[in-house]
Design a protein around this ligand. Structure first.
Ligand SMILES: NC(=O)C1=CN([C@@H]2O[C@H](COP(=O)(O)OP(=O)(O)OC[C@H]3O[C@@H](n4cnc5c(N)ncnc54)[C@H](OP(=O)(O)O)[C@@H]3O)[C@@H](O)[C@H]2O)C=CC1
Ligand SMILES: O=C(CO)COP(=O)(O)O
Length: 329
């Protein structure tokens, strides 16, 4: 008889809670959602609803909640579901509690800003004795937790590890595809957020759906160039964590990145105090800098980075994008 996997999901925000819930509901793995606020975890255990992160969605009875870090040491699979810029700190905080053979899976969509390195690289350096994987792809936390059909990719250095993760985490409504392209899978998630901001700007300015489609197609082209230059595979970009997530995030108002772009395009003040995480606002500048160093053209990402840092006005950005030299596709 197979022993059920023990899985710890660290980070009790929208995505961590959704992942923990969708894995727990299958009953094949023992899942604990680990948050850093003991009072919240106790409340979740009794109410079975995370009103702040996933309002109105019932969390399964089988899901355990804890703020006690010792539960991490019982897990063979540990998901890091906190934002990108908190992942390095998380490795420091939770590394000492990991069991010897635990696989760590980053579920964030971004690039480490302070080091300008991939999340899997910084995690590997911080946790050298652990296999580091990445889970990314199209899927809003509310859809996943609500039991709507969703599919994502999980990539590890070794195919057997990626397959083990895909089997342990997938269920009837949430399906994972195994990959060994960690670079492609994580950059797909990081870059689609930047492109979703660009699509939001276009929507906020009322430039039309044709402009959005052009941005998606040209954005995908620059994403492919960048992923290949960083050592990933162009074919990953045409999969779930590339085209799939780009189409979702660039078109759905559920996306925080798209909504952020819409506010920029309308010239509305941006209120970060509402606690809305906009990963693309962090990734734009670092991707743009990395691309420049690699000699890769990323005009849309560059423009988003400059609009966010205030060095480029939106009308000028659009004029620049439209007046680039005529080239082949
Ligand atoms: N929401 C979604 O639909 C999806 C999100 N993602 C990705 O998942 C990541 C997280 O996003 P999301 O869940 O939406 O964000 P939220 O803002 O909803 O939640 C982030 C959570 O991370 C917690 N956190 C931050 N730092 C730490 C830490 N050091 N240790 C433990 N917990 C920590 C926060 O805790 P506290 O409240 O205590 O600050 C908060 O609960 C992002 O990279 C996002 O791109 C991926 C797919 C879908
Ligand atoms: O990554 C997501 C869906 O796949 C969530 O997108 P936002 O972070 O823009 O809300």
């Amino acid at each position: 008889m197979n022993v059920p996997e023990r899985i710890a999901v660290i980070g009790a925000g929208a995505f961590g809670t959704a992942l923990a819930a969708v894995i727990a509901i299958e009953g094949r793995a023992q899942v604990t959602l680990v948050g850093r606020e003991a009072a919240l975890m106790a409340d979740l255990a009794s109410s079975r609803v995370h009103e702040a992160a996933l309002p109105g969605i019932a969390l399964p009875e089988r899901l355990a909640f804890s703020a006690d870090l010792s539960v991490i040491s019982k897990a063979g699979i540990v998901l890091f579901a906190m934002p990108s810029q908190a992942q390095v700190e998380a490795a420091r905080q939770y590394g000492p509690y990991l069991s010897e053979d635990a696989v760590v899976v980053t579920c964030a969509k971004g690039i480490d800003r302070s080091s300008a390195r991939l999340l899997t690289d910084v995690l590997e350096e911080a946790l050298p004795n652990h296999a580091i994987a990445v889970l990314s792809g199209p899927g809003f936390a509310a859809d996943i937790a609500g039991g709507l059909p969703t599919a994502m990719a999980v990539a590890a250095g070794e195919h057997a590890v990626a397959e083990r993760l895909a089997r342990a985490i997938s269920g009837r409504t949430f399906r994972l595809y195994a990959s060994t392209d960690r670079t492609g899978v994580q950059l797909g998630g990081a870059l689609k957020n930047v492109l979703a901001i660009a699509c939001g700007i276009v929507e906020g300015m009322g430039l039309g759906d044709s402009a959005r489609a052009a941005l998606i197609a040209r954005g995908l082209a620059e994403m492919s160039r960048f992923v290949e230059a960083m050592g990933g595979k162009a074919e990953t970009v045409s999969g779930l964590s590339g085209l799939g997530d780009l189409v979702l995030t660039a078109t759905s108002h559920q996306s925080r990145n798209l909504r952020f772009g819409i506010s920029l395009g309308r010239g509305e003040p941006i209120d970060f105090s509402r606690g809305q995480l906009v990963e693309g606002a962090f990734a734009a500048a670092v991707a743009s800098r990395l691309a420049e160093g690699l000699g890769v053209r990323m005009p849309i990402t560059d423009a988003v980075a400059q609009v966010i840092d205030g060095s480029l006005e939106i009308p000028t950005a659009i004029e620049q994008l439209m007046s680039r030299p005529i080239t082949t596709e």
